[in-house]
Design a protein around this ligand. Structure first.
Ligand SMILES: C[S@@+](CC[C@H](N)C(=O)[O-])C[C@H]1O[C@@H](n2cnc3c(N)ncnc32)[C@H](O)[C@@H]1O
Length: 247
């Protein structure tokens, strides 16, 4: 969820993200070791609850094969494999540092025989069409330079009728909550980031949440990519949104 700051933010008209893909990969490599701990601290442990909601939204069957796009350290894959003992997951991520931790985590949980982790980019997936019974992603899409390309790829690799569930950090609609959330992002997140991770930590996180598209725009993009029944469900007052749809 959280990220450290390469402060050369380069949001431009050709990109939906604040950092180019290579800078983003380096950033996640550099915080990988501390990512999980800071994630749980900053979300007050709520990240686990949000991930479970996303897994439920996929409406998986026992034998499902699921893609986790931007899998990071593998928490979503682990949730799926523990809940569905015959399921398989493929996690892709550009950051080898995050993937290494994901492999270790799944190995410790004795789920590694049903999981594969490989470097990859959600905007250019290497899998064949109509392959997955579900695509899931948490806190990744905000970092992706070309969201439309990502949604088209997700639609392409999903079997017809299968579902996608995407979690992303968003801003609450309620003005009071929004004020508190803004304060938290501007002051508390960078402070905790500095204490628990790299010195210049977690400014990017605040900036990228502030600039992220409104849920309605994300829904329009998902629809344009061919996804059906698209919905945006605010979680925890809207600090997170669960976007869902089906192929
Ligand atoms: C905030 S982390 C979330 C990790 C994990 N999903 C979780 O729930 O903790 C965002 C992840 O998205 C990955 N990412 C960034 N751009 C990506 C892209 N274009 N395709 C796939 N993953 C990407 C990053 O490397 C990083 O591991």
């Amino acid at each position: 969820m959280g990220q450290t700051g390469d402060r050369t933010l380069t949001h431009d008209s050709h990109s939906d993200a604040l950092l180019p893909a290579e800078a983003n990969r380096r950033m996640f490599d550099s915080i990988a070791e501390r990512y999980d701990r800071l994630n749980h601290v900053l979300s007050l442990g709520l990240d686990r609850h949000w991930r479970r909601q996303a897994v439920r939204a996929l409406q998986l069957t026992d034998q499902a094969t699921v893609l986790d796009a931007g899998c990071g350290t593998g928490d979503l894959c682990l949730d799926i494999l523990l809940s569905f003992p015959a399921a398989r997951t493929i996690g892709i991520d550009p950051s080898e540092g995050m993937l290494m931790l994901a492999r270790k985590k799944l190995h410790r949980s004795k789920c590694s025989s049903r999981s594969t982790f490989t470097t990859g980019d959600v905007t250019a997936l290497t899998c064949e069409d109509d392959f997955f019974d579900g695509v899931i992603s948490a806190f990744c899409i905000r970092n992706v330079c070309h969201r439309q390309a990502a949604f088209r790829e997700i639609h392409r690799v999903l079997k017809p009728g299968s579902r996608v569930a995407l979690l992303e950090l968003t801003r609450p609609e309620n003005a009071l909550l929004r004020g508190g959330h803004c304060f938290f992002l501007r002051y508390i997140v960078p402070l905790l980031g500095a204490l628990l991770s790299r010195g210049d930590a977690y400014h990017y996180l605040a900036d990228s949440i502030q600039q992220f598209a409104k849920p309605q725009i994300v829904l329009d993009e998902m629809r344009e990519a061919g996804l059906l029944d698209v919905q945006a469900q605010p979680l925890t007052g809207g600090i997170v949104t669960l976007f869902s749809g089906k192929a």
